[in-house]
Design a protein around this ligand. Structure first.
Ligand code: BDR
Ligand code: CA
Length: 323
């Protein structure tokens, strides 16, 4: 049975891989891509999403809605030091390509109103669009089947600060609203899960990237900057939290350990801004999310590798893509 969902993304590096899985996995029924401010400049993110659709031969097949260009109340914080332009220097002729005119927040509200209880949302960037939809219409959570969130750390190290993971750090106010809004939530955290189970070594990256398909070459090029960054901070490989979030939704059998938690986000302190307090059941707090604690890492690697081997005919040429 196929899984209908909307992908909310700040497209750069692993977000591109997440989009590819959402298109190439036959189980996936991607209804819309919604864009949110996060990793790199907003317009670059849109270009990255368009290039990703193009390399999969799917340009024009999926609506792309532009959402919030900055966090709810704070200045945007970039991760360009991690991702570069997020697309490995690739470019594409964007002539005649136009995203939908409807705002992403309105699209989220409308699409879930048209199919109440049927659509999942996978949120792999800051939670600004999702929180804005809640603010605009508090009944929104009741219409979403399940919200899969990549963000936070499970009482462990952050990545942008010692305390915080990037997505929650960028818009902690939005994250706080979302966890209190009444969604059915699954969280794919950064530490320890991603660094433990969604880490591909340089050898594994080469194994995926050397497969004879445009998608595989795209994968290799797009992920190179982050692989280098991860290695420079002592992580021994390339991290794939966003694609893991899509994979966990489409293939729940990948999950080997998860538990109910009560999750709240720090939005007042500067020192611990975006910290996710994940209470595991002994503090008399009502659980509001399932947190993934472990997945089958080798199976996840084979899953990504398999889909990156898909033969596609890119919709438009990508300039700079290795032959
Ligand atoms: C998250 O932040 C972004 O840089 C990645 O795309 C991922 O969603 C990891 O902290
Ligand atoms: Ca992301």
């Amino acid at each position: 049975m196929s899984v209908p969902f909307i992908l909310d993304t700040d497209t750069a590096q692993d977000d591109c891989v997440a989009i590819l899985l959402g298109i190439l996995d036959p189980v996936a029924d991607l209804r819309a891509v919604t864009m949110v401010a996060g990793n790199v400049g907003f317009d670059q993110q849109v270009a990255n999403a368009m290039m990703t659709l193009s390399v999969a031969g799917a340009l024009g097949d999926y609506p792309v809605y532009l959402g919030c260009r900055r966090p709810m109340v704070r200045e945007w914080v970039s991760a360009e030091n991690v991702h570069g332009d997020g697309a490995g220097g690739l470019s594409m002729d964007m002539d005649g390509l136009s995203p939908e005119s409807e705002h992403a927040v309105d699209a989220l509200l409308r699409l879930t109103a048209e199919s109440p209880g049927e659509l999942n949302i996978v949120a792999i960037g800051p939670l600004t669009n999702i929180a804005m939809a809640v603010v605009k219409d508090p009944s929104f959570p009741s219409r979403v089947k399940h919200l899969f969130i990549m963000g936070g750390s499970n009482n462990a190290r952050g990545n942008i600060t010692a305390a915080a993971e990037f997505n929650f750090y960028v818009d902690p106010d939005a994250a706080k609203i979302v966890f209190q809004a009444g969604f059915e939530i699954t969280v794919v955290p950064w530490e320890p899960l991603t660094v433990q189970d969604a880490l591909f070594t340089r050898e594994q990256m080469a194994e995926i990237g050397s497969q004879p398909s445009p998608v595989a070459r795209f994968f290799g090029q797009v992920c190179e900057a982050t692989l280098e960054f991860d290695e420079s901070v002592g992580i021994h490989g390339s991290t794939h939290p966003d694609s893991l979030t899509v994979a966990v939704m489409l293939h729940p059998e990948l999950v080997t350990k998860s538990a109910p938690y009560s999750v709240d986000i720090e939005a007042d302190s500067e020192l611990t801004r975006g910290y996710s307090a994940m209470s595991w059941g002994i503090h008399d707090l009502r659980p509001n999310a399932r947190v993934i604690e472990a997945v089958d890492g080798p199976a996840f690697f084979e899953y990504v590798k398999g889909h990156m081997a898909t033969a596609t005919e890119p919709s438009r040429p990508l300039l700079g893509l290795a032959p």
